[in-house]
Design a protein around this ligand. Sequence first.
Ligand code: KG4
Ligand code: ZN
Length: 336
Amino acid sequence: DGDVLILAIESSCDETAASVVLNGRTVLSNVISSQIALHTLYGGVVPEIASRKHMEQINQVIELALQEADVTLDDITAIGVTYGPGLVGALLVGVAEAKAIAFAKHKPLVGVHHIEGHISANYIEHPELKPPFAALVVSGGHTHLVIVKDYGEYEIIGRTRDDAAGEAFDKVARAVGLGYPGGPKVDKLAKEGNPDAIAFPRAHVDGSEYDFSFSGIKSAVLNYINSCEMKGEEINRADLVASFQKAVVDALVSRAMHAVKEYNMDTLAIAGGVASNSALRAALQKECDKTGVKFYSPSPIFCTDNAAMIGAAAYYEYKKGVRHGWDLNAVPNLKL
Ligand code: KG4
Ligand code: ZN
């Protein structure tokens, strides 16, 4: 009856994930095996360890995703898989697995861009959301302002010149001893602090209204910590992270709202791990309410890496006729 059931696989970084998605919008299962505890020991993701752990986990994760959706591989229409960007050894595990299943079960194979997946996470819980819309993608590896012209059709109008937003959160969290991954911990501690306690710079990027820069804010935080230590002053960590977070949120919100206006968009969506940040969500909601713009965000579980978002993206690629061959390879720096 034309229903499309996608088995989606995601292994680009430190989550091994599989999901079964019906017609791009209905998630029948969403299994995520996180390696965070393993990498915490090292203060960040260790690529070789990530690949090995994906190898150990992937079969069980897929098995569980099928079980929870109450389907078998025979019921699946197509296999969707993230093939970039990401860690090459990590991506290869998912790509090889997807190819093996597609080959053995004679199913079409659809490779998906990880960022397209993050953006498509918005389709899962918002059936009324349709392109065109503006999207702010903020993750551990990416910070992009994107115009989603149509399904699978993107124009990147702004990007970070240095650190990704999530990277800045993680580095600042590390500097104040909050551990890895820092984003959620900063988010939590910032609620107890005064965001106006310390005036950190709002980086301006020459020559582009939509590009971001976070290394300046990050350095200012590190310098502030050093100077306090030298003067023997105690640091109010809650005030510090609240002020840092405000600087990042301001930079993201001002550019996103500027893009919405200049490109005549009536809708803004956010995506990526940092999109689960409570201050960012609240600030964008407020600005959108003020200007009559519809604002969409995925639930936090669909913001950080997952395979349901890959299933949503794979559905629209599949409908457009995209099919990948057995030569599909992991592309660590894949362009959107
Ligand atoms: O999208 P994601 O899971 O992986 C990448 O594709 O990079 O994003 C992970 C990033 C990490 O940097 C993490 O610290 C950040 O998202 N993050 C947050 C929050 N939750 C996750 N940053 C700020 N506030 C949060 N609540
Ligand atoms: Zn991601």
